[in-house]
Ligand binder design. Structure first.
Ligand SMILES: [Zn+2]
Ligand SMILES: [Zn+2]
Length: 195
């Protein structure tokens, strides 16, 4: 199984992307720009966003950091302790979704078959803090669930899939064959996937 790609540069990397939720309680810093950008039309993402889709950037865990705003302008590093500052939900044993516990902004999905990566909702990103060139949107996935009233642009240069793309489908099948191991940086899914 291919690991989640890392940037090529060695040594200390500068922060090239910053973002936050709607209320400003949860902040993100990244030393890489997303490896790829995916628009997901699945029913969960439609409900999660109250919109026709959610857009995710794929980041390597080693290059991102989450912070929670504290009183008096300070901030707490949530490294390795996301369940203490971020609301987590489980709708299956495939992935965990993270949300701001105060304003409810969707923050990320962490797939158990990709333990070294995080799919971050691109609405968090503050345009004025981007350093470098963002990759173009790569693909639309789960078009089988697409809202009937939303039309995907004909000429946006993306790949289109009815469900997951082929490499991710293979990744999921390999993960399933290994007994669906849960990632170590998130609490395991409850047995009945309660909210
Ligand atoms: Zn918030
Ligand atoms: Zn989705």
């Amino acid at each position: 199984m291919d690991p989640t790609p890392k940037p090529l540069s060695k040594g200390p990397s500068p922060i090239v992307l910053r973002g936050s939720c709607l209320c400003g309680m949860i902040h993100l810093e990244s030393k890489m720009l997303p490896e790829s950008i995916t628009i997901c039309h699945c029913l969960e993402c439609r409900k999660a966003s109250s919109n026709p889709f959610l857009t995710f950037g794929l980041f390597h865990n080693d290059f991102i950091q989450w912070y929670m705003a504290q009183p008096h302008g300070s901030r707490k590093d949530l490294h390795g302790d996301l369940s203490k500052g971020i609301k987590l939900t489980y709708y299956s044993d495939i992935a965990t979704r993270g949300w701001c516990p105060r304003c409810g902004t969707p923050l990320f999905m962490k797939y158990h078959c990709r333990p070294d990566g995080t799919s971050i909702t691109m609405g968090l990103v503050d345009d004025e803090h981007i350093v470098g060139s963002m990759p173009p949107v790569k693909e639309h996935i789960f078009l089988g669930d697409k809202a009937v009233w939303w039309n995907v642009p004909l000429d946006d240069g993306t790949a289109r899939y009815q469900g997951f793309n082929e490499p991710f489908t293979r990744r999921l099948l390999e993960w399933s064959a290994k007994g669906r191991p849960q990632r170590l940086d998130m609490p395991p899914a409850p047995s009945k996937f309660k909210l």
